[in-house]
Design a protein. Structure first.
Length: 555
């Protein structure tokens, strides 16, 4: 009996050990497989960097949990931000509840006039990068009239508002023609570039799920791609792979894209141009990869919009013209996002998402046939949509026309070329600044050439002169996205930039004379972005951004 019990115990121990060994072997195999996958896709150094970053984030999430948000953000920076964004006039009243009695038209208009006159960055003087894509006062008056005519309209009811349906379809058709849409090409209008990108990612994910059975979708994007792709990855649970855009051309690295493609890849992405540096990615090479691997390719033309489409007609080089272009002429391109509210000069809240054919577009539709309120269908994120903005967009396209867009392309890109030439040739600028890559459209990005001058100090000096330029990261740089107003002020921009660089050089010489070469005090931009690139710095920047968003809703 004892021997039987001992034998039974031995058998149990043996089986426990066997199961334990199987589990351990399975765990090790998974680790080896994951390690092999990462090294094959990202290389040894890239894998080490990703592991380091993941561990760092884990440690910092314990050190700075959500409950301590902004605990280590410079309070002075947040205070200055609040002071800048929230204008508190002791003679101005705030309104936190509904008025007991409705105001008269005169009272409302008087208050609107006060709000309109609040102190703001002078975009009217052309001192703002991007932001306001103003097509002129005459166009603004026409848009206001069109919006008034269709202010109550809603495209979700095309039988009630047939004019809006007609205008929306014609907007899509016109933009398709601009980007060389094929005969079966289709599209939708959206509320902006972010929604266009979100819908393209959603359609690609769902198409891969239905047609290929992909359950763990992945997307490959350049590190310079728009933030909307990161938002789409978060919203739609798509694994995101960032690909470097190395100097000197700052285009997406095609070899890295090729390594990352696998059976779970649902979308490749390229920009024409990207927001940070105004660089057009190698769309022909991305198209070849898309065709070879039977994967959709989205080209983000939100920023380039009606400028990149008219480069050739305006007398400028057009991207990859000798290789078939950057749009639907490339066989691998399956979707393109175009913001009509940027260089189409339509009212804000207008963008178009184009597809090669309806087999892509229909995956972004939401259809609920058995809803208790009746069969429901909508083409994009929103249900009800402002038909007034569609009317404003249609009126803008018709009023400006092809000749008008060619003229504005010539004006805007011409100004960008003037800034680029000044930085390359001006004695003060060329010795201290360099252009990022080879911009072809409306954006010019530049940085400190030799590190003697801090790029962000130049940004702060330009800000003090009344300019609102964009500070960039990776590498530290500044860019100007030219619009019609800023194109008219390019000579003043060059002059002020020259003075800013000369001023920084003078400060450096003064510190040398005083023997305090390392005594420089960083300005707001340097204090904020100078920490970027490090793990802890990214946490601080995230916390600052959260503080910025909170500030927007303070009364």
């Amino acid at each position: 009996m004892t021997s039987l019990r001992t034998l039974n115990q031995t058998w149990r121990i043996h089986n426990f050990g066997l199961v334990s060994n199987i589990i351990t072997a399975f765990f090790l195999l998974r680790c080896i497989n994951k390690l092999y996958y990462n090294i094959s896709k990202y290389g040894i150094f890239g894998s080490i960097k990703r592991i380091y970053y993941s561990i760092g984030l884990g440690i910092l999430s314990i050190k700075y949990p959500k409950t301590k948000t902004r605990g280590n953000v410079d309070k002075q920076i947040l205070a200055r931000l609040e002071e800048k964004l929230i204008q508190r006039d002791p003679n101005s009243k705030g309104y936190l509840t509904l008025p007991k009695e409705g105001w008269s038209v005169i009272e409302v208009n008087d208050e609107l006039e006060k709000l309109h006159a609040m102190d703001h960055t002078r975009w009217e003087d052309g001192r703002v990068s991007g932001t306001v894509y103003h097509g002129g006062d005459d166009l603004l008056s026409l848009q206001t009239e069109a919006i008034g005519k269709f202010s109550v309209s809603n495209p979700i009811h095309p039988d009630v508002f047939p004019g809006v349906r007609k205008m929306e379809a014609e907007i899509v058709a016109m933009v398709l023609a601009l980007f060389n849409g094929p005969s079966g090409g289709v599209g939708v209008t959206t509320a902006g570039g972010t929604e266009s990108i979100l819908m393209a990612c959603l359609a690609a994910r769902d198409k891969a799920s239905v047609e290929r059975g992909v359950t763990n979708p992945e997307m490959i994007i350049p590190e310079t791609a728009h933030a909307a792709f990161y938002k789409a990855a978060k919203y739609f649970n798509i694994k995101l792979h960032e690909v470097s855009c190395p100097a000197p051309d700052y285009k997406v690295d095609i070899l890295s894209v090729r390594r990352l493609i696998n059976r779970n890849t649902v979308l490749l992405v390229g920009s024409a141009p990207n927001f940070p540096h105004g660089i057009v990615d190698d769309i022909p090479s991305l198209s070849n990869l898309a065709v070879k691997n039977k994967i959709p390719l989205h080209v983000d033309c939100c920023l380039g919009s009606f400028v990149v489409a008219f480069l050739k007609q305006a007398g400028f080089p057009s991207p990859y013209e000798d290789e078939g272009g950057f749009d639907f002429r490339q066989p691998g391109v399956t979707s393109i996002s175009v913001d009509t509210h940027k260089y189409g000069f339509a009212p804000k809240g207008n963008s178009v998402l184009l597809y090669r054919d309806r087999s892509f577009r229909n995956y972004q539709y939401f259809i609920l046939p058995n809803w208790s309120g009746g069969a429901y269908a909508s083409p994009s994120m929103a249900g009800s949509r402002p038909g007034a903005l569609i009317a404003g967009c249609w009126a803008s396209l018709m009023a400006i026309g092809e000749s008008g867009y060619i003229a504005t392309c010539r004006q805007i890109v011409g100004a960008a070329k003037n800034l680029e030439r000044a930085i390359l040739n001006d004695p003060i600028l060329c010795g201290n600044l360099c252009i990022i890559g080879h911009p072809m459209v409306s954006v010019v990005a530049f940085a400190s050439k030799n590190g003697q001058i801090d790029t962000y100090d130049i940004a702060d000096t330009m800000s003090a002169k009344g300019w609102h330029l964009n500070a960039l990261q990776s590498p530290p740089a500044i860019h100007c996205a030219f619009t019609k107003p800023s194109a008219e002020s390019v000579d003043v921009l060059v002059s002020d930039l020259r003075d800013a660089v000369a001023n920084e050089l003078h400060k450096i010489e003064e510190r040398k004379i005083k023997g305090g070469i390392n005594s420089r005090q960083p300005g707001d931009t340097s204090a904020l972005y100078g920490i970027g690139g490090s793990i802890s710095g990214n946490v601080v920047l995230s916390q600052f951004a959260e503080g910025f968003l909170d500030t927007l809703y303070k009364t």
